[in-house]
Design a protein around this ligand. Sequence first.
Ligand SMILES: [Fe+2]
Length: 134
Amino acid sequence: MAFKWKDSLTTGNTVIDNQHKELVDAANELLKACSEGKGREEIVKTGRFLLNYTKKHFGDEEKLQMKSNYPDYNNHKKLHEFFVQEVKNLVSDLETQGPNVALVGRINNLISGWFFSHISREDVKVAAHVKSNS
Ligand SMILES: [Fe+2]
């Protein structure tokens, strides 16, 4: 199992799109570590990488929004904060429980569910706004 990038997830902003793809790659590394039965330490390492990359990406996206006076900035930032907290909880649960079906299910919900919907509902609006302001 791996997350697949779909063209329908393209926002049209190259920086955002490339970072989204990187984030999907990082999530796939985590899934791979879980499914290959890697040690807990290795799994937590890939989880922390995903967490840090997520923070970096959201930070960059928020800067783009601020620079272009994106009107829904505050709400969008809250959505980002929610997701970061979820990934944090996931990593700490992986650390205490080790990989299991329920946690892999949560990774799935976070990426195929939350993240992909966030891109198509919210980030496309950001990309369109940035474009019209440049
Ligand atoms: Fe976003």
